[in-house]
Design a protein around this ligand. Structure first.
Ligand SMILES: *[C@@H]1O[C@H](CO)[C@@H](O)[C@H](O)[C@H]1NC(C)=O
Ligand SMILES: *[C@@H]1O[C@H](CO)[C@@H](O)[C@H](O)[C@H]1NC(C)=O
Ligand SMILES: *[C@@H]1O[C@H](CO)[C@@H](O)[C@H](O)[C@H]1NC(C)=O
Length: 884
């Protein structure tokens, strides 16, 4: 051991001596990265083991010495690793067999650490013990805090496994257990549970769904056999833990914990606990809870505090206070009511408004019980909304209970429902929609959803919205009835994600003659019934992700349709009557791989079209005179006056000439792919994407187009030399828009063109990706295209078999100041990253590549790097440094 220590010390000294004095040149090797990464991993492991050491249960006390010994070893090794890295980054990098020894030590230690973690029974190292649950935060009321403490006490009792938390809707049960969860998170390392899992159950619960949520939380995937009995698989994994807490929120019916897979106290798992919330005590009792804790309404004093907290200072002012107190009292101690009313009246200065509010609350059916009373208070908040916002709010209740609604999708629905002024351009509509969402959130009628950019409705608020709208909407799951009482009023039908639904019966749609939105996202239908033709008012038809959808009936009478979303459906041709859809603004045909036919003339009359997204579609657009017989040509599209977004695949690059310039100029975003073979272009992000593959480009002149292109990708194409020569010699301008250039699979491209570029063809290039190109040095692109790489941030070189180095010192010293990331893979004869001149130069890393953060060479190439003799490390020509 001492011996290794001595070796390591000498490595450090050597590295230092070799690099920090005398002639300084630079070299980056992946080892630093590998060492760095390993060090990080080990440190993470270290802190986890430390955590476990602190909370070892009584049974595991014997493990303590083992953990301590491991920790000591890690500490020593880590500090040596850090020392090496520190020396390296402050001057330069060398690779040594000896530093590889450190690496190996660290890897071994990491493995041992992993075993220790399993012994001390912590779940997969990647899952955190407690996860944040989003939602409105909890105003610290004494009462709620008392209840929370009570739950926490019960969790510590040996003989209590299941705790029921019950009380009426809106009383704050979810907030309470969410706070419990998030407080445990704050003390993740020291709290009593090895894993805490949160599952929202809701009214239509499904054992499988709960199981999947638990499985996901544990980061486990199932083998095929295990899928037969997920409960058993969950049981087996959970049984390895020393303790576990499951929080089940909003339970309506008893859940069988055994079939769920939760190990029970009778099997000896006394540290496995369940906390559930329900509106009904009965449910708790049926689940055999050991303790039931009631969450009741607030006392008057507390209710008043909460009210003031939400209504602001004004509630306490002399003019308003007496009214405000009455308003608060009318809320019946229900936190949800108090908060919403408080927020609604916040900032309202006129006494009349307060008087009105009080009257409204008092008049709402005195005989109602508290649960109904909350509707009265919500109604008041609702009445304070503008009409437009009211509609927007009610719309949200059409989504299933506890459903996180994507904000952009919600706004699209509002637009076609006509809640927002349709005349405005798309971007303004979006901005207005976001503002409305914010307003609804401010008044607590909407809350944050489960993921970013989503919102959802409190279940009580949703009940209220449904109560306001009648008739209520029933959820549909696996079958829709053929005969339905006609619902003339219904304008929206959201059936999305009902993946078991296979058919929409003819008679069913007939019941909704005034439908404006029909959303069948992800439903397994093969077609739609002809009765869809009767939906004369339909604005939005969403058939996104209907992967079995092959045919559609004629749509010719849907003249008001604005959105048609067929993304990733299996259609082979456009529906009949498509050309009659004159109101269409957005057509989404992306990933319709099987779409082969679009009859000529289809687009001529669609003058409202703003978005035509056919990225990844099977249809290839031709040009007049070269089209497949009877098929639509690109000339049709150029006539559309409002088109802003166009993503298509085209047949002939040579025919795409300057006559399309006005179209390209007009578009805000375009993605063009020219390829007889590829289905989708591999790089298509950014405002102007041009990808060309498997085409002979020798006679193509694309200069006019490159003026608008931000991302250029050339793949597997012939004639590139001729095309580039043309560009370089004839072009008087640089293509300043281009930020990303990819040259892939162009082994026949030759860089000794016999000419020298005078100006930098792509002066703003930020990303360069080279795959299977016959370069000897990336620097050759300097002569070839005039590239000076002054803005280059990211360089990716893959499978370039002639590549000897990336850049010469000349380029390095000249212009790579913005380079941040280098990735090199499978370049077999690469000798060095940077080539230095034979006469020694005196520079430091920082001054050459001040922004370089990442150098990645895969671990497979590591052996190769170590084998290269030091004379080829790029330090080759530096004189031996003087010994200090
Ligand atoms: C590094 O860890 C190993 C155990 O894998 C240990 O034997 C060795 O003593 C440690 N190195 C130092 C310098 O502490
Ligand atoms: C590409 O086209 C040019 C001109 O049309 C032709 O001379 C050349 O042979 C073609 N290259 C290949 C590989 O087909
Ligand atoms: C490169 O040229 C060779 C010979 O001319 C030809 O066979 C091959 O298909 C070309 N490769 C590509 C990718 O075009």
């Amino acid at each position: 051991m001492e011996c290794l220590g001595a070796i390591l010390a000498s490595v450090v000294a050597e590295t230092c001596r070799g690099l920090c004095s005398g002639a300084q040149t630079t070299m980056f090797r992946s080892n630093t990265k590998t060492l760095d990464r390993e060090l990080e991993r080990l440190k993470k492991m270290q802190s986890k083991v430390k955590e476990n050491l602190n909370i070892l249960g009584n049974q595991e006390k014997s493990l303590k010495p083992k953990l301590m010994i491991w920790l000591r070893k890690v500490e020593e090794n880590v500090s040596i690793g850090e020392m090496i890295l520190e020396k390296r980054s402050s001057c330069a990098i060398l690779v040594s067999d000896k530093s590889v020894a450190v690496l190996e030590e660290m890897k071994r230690l990491e493995e041992q650490g992993h075993e220790l973690l399993i012994e001390t029974s912590v779940v997969e190292s990647s899952t955190e013990r407690v996860e944040l649950v989003l939602g409105p935060s909890f105003h610290p009321q004494t009462k709620a805090k008392e209840i929370l403490d009570k739950i926490k006490d019960s969790l510590r009792k040996k003989n209590v496994q299941k705790i029921g938390v019950w009380g009426m809707g809106g009383v704050g049960k979810t907030t309470l257990v969410r706070t419990l969860n998030n407080e445990l998170l704050k003390k993740a390392a020291t709290q009593q549970f090895a894993l805490v899992a949160w599952v929202t159950v809701s009214k239509d619960f499904d054992l499988k769904k709960i199981q999947m949520a638990i499985a996901m939380r544990m980061g486990i995937t199932f083998t095929i056999e295990e899928r037969e009995d997920i409960g058993k698989a969950i049981h087996n994994r959970l049984a390895k833990l020393r303790s576990f807490l499951l929080i089940l929120d909003d339970v309506w019916k008893p859940i069988d914990l055994d079939s769920l897979g939760i190990p029970s106290a009778s099997e000896g798992f006394t540290d496995f606990k369940v906390v559930l919330t329900s509106r009904r005590l009965e449910v708790c009792q049926q689940m055999m809870t050991d303790e039931n804790i009631k969450v009741g309404c607030l006392q008057e004093k507390e209710a008043w505090e909460l009210f003031c907290h939400n209504a602001g200072e004004l509630a306490n002012s002399d003019e308003v206070k007496h009214l405000a107190k009455d308003v608060s009292r009318e809320c019946g101690g229900l936190p949800l009511a108090i908060i919403t009313i408080g927020r609604t009246l916040r900032g309202k200065r006129q006494v009349e408004v307060w008087k009105h509010a009080l009257n409204m609350l008092k008049s709402s059916a005195p005989s109602m019980d508290t649960e109904e009373k909350i509707f009265g208070t919500l109604k008041l908040s609702y009445d304070f909304l503008q009409d437009k916002t009211k509609d927007c709010f009610l719309f949200c209740a059409l989504f299933p209970e506890d459903f996180s609604i994507k904000v952009t999708e919600l706004i699209m629905h509002w637009i076609v429902e006509g809640f927002l002024d349709e005349q405005q351009p798309y971007e303004d509509l979006m901005n207005e929609g976001v503002t409305l969402v914010d307003r609804l959130k401010d008044s607590c009628l909407l809350e944050e959803g489960d993921s970013d950019d989503t919102v959802k409705m409190h279940d009580v608020v949703r009940d209220f919205a449904i109560w306001i709208m009648s008739p209520p909407n029933e959820g549909c799951h696996s079958r829709l009835p053929d005969h339905v009482v006609e619902c003339v009023e219904t304008s929206v039908l959201l059936l999305q994600k009902n993946s078991r639904l296979k058919e929409v019966p003819h008679g069913f749609l007939q019941a909704f003659p005034n439908l404006r939105i029909l959303d069948l996202n992800g439903v397994r239908i093969r077609t739609l019934p002809d009765s869809v033709l009767n939906l004369h008012n339909l604005r939005s038809l969403v058939l996104r992700n209907c992967k079995s959808l092959r045919n559609l009936p004629s749509l010719e009478s849907l003249v008001k349709l604005q959105i048609l979303d067929l993304h990733e459906s299996a259609i082979k041709e456009l529906p009949r009557g498509f050309e009659a859809l004159i109101s269409l603004r957005y057509i989404l045909l992306s990933n319709t791989h099987q779409l082969q036919s679009i009859p000529a003339g289809t687009f001529l009359g669609l003058s409202s079209l703003e978005v035509l997204d056919m990225s990844g579609s099977g249809y290839r657009w031709g040009f007049k005179g070269q089209e497949r017989e009877g098929q639509a040509t690109l000339e049709e599209v150029t006539c559309l006056p409002h088109l802003q977004f166009l993503a298509i695949k085209l047949l002939h690059v040579l025919s795409f000439s300057y006559e399309f310039n006005s179209l390209i100029k007009r578009l805000r975003t375009f993605q063009l792919l020219f390829s007889p073979i590829l289905l989708a272009s591999p790089h298509a992000t950014g405002k102007g994407c041009l990808a060309i593959s498997d085409v002979n480009l020798s006679e193509a002149s694309i200069g006019w187009l490159l003026v608008h292109v931000t991302s250029l990708c050339l793949m597997h194409s012939e004639g590139l030399n001729a095309m580039f020569k043309n560009l370089v010699t004839k072009s008087k301008i640089s293509f300043v828009a281009v930020k990303s250039l990819s040259l892939h699979q162009c082994p026949n491209l030759s860089f000794s063109g016999g000419y020298k570029a005078k100006l930098d063809l792509f002066p703003n290039l930020e990303e360069l990706s080279l795959v299977n190109v016959n370069l000897k040095s990336v620097g050759e692109l300097n002569d070839f295209l005039g590239l000076r790489f002054e803005k280059l941030k990211l360089l990716h070189v893959f499978d370039c078999r002639q590549l000897k180095n990336l850049f010469s010192y000349k380029t390095l010293a000249g212009s790579l100041r913005n380079l941040e990331e280098i990735k090199v893979e499978s370049c077999r004869i690469l000798e060095e990253l940077f080539k230095f001149p034979s006469t020694p130069v005196r520079v430091s890393t920082e001054s050459l590549l001040p922004n370089l953060r990442i150098v990645e060479v895969p671990e497979d190439d590591l052996d190769w790097l170590i084998d290269v003799p030091p004379s080829r490390w790029g330090l080759a020509h530096a004189p031996p440094p003087p010994f200090p």
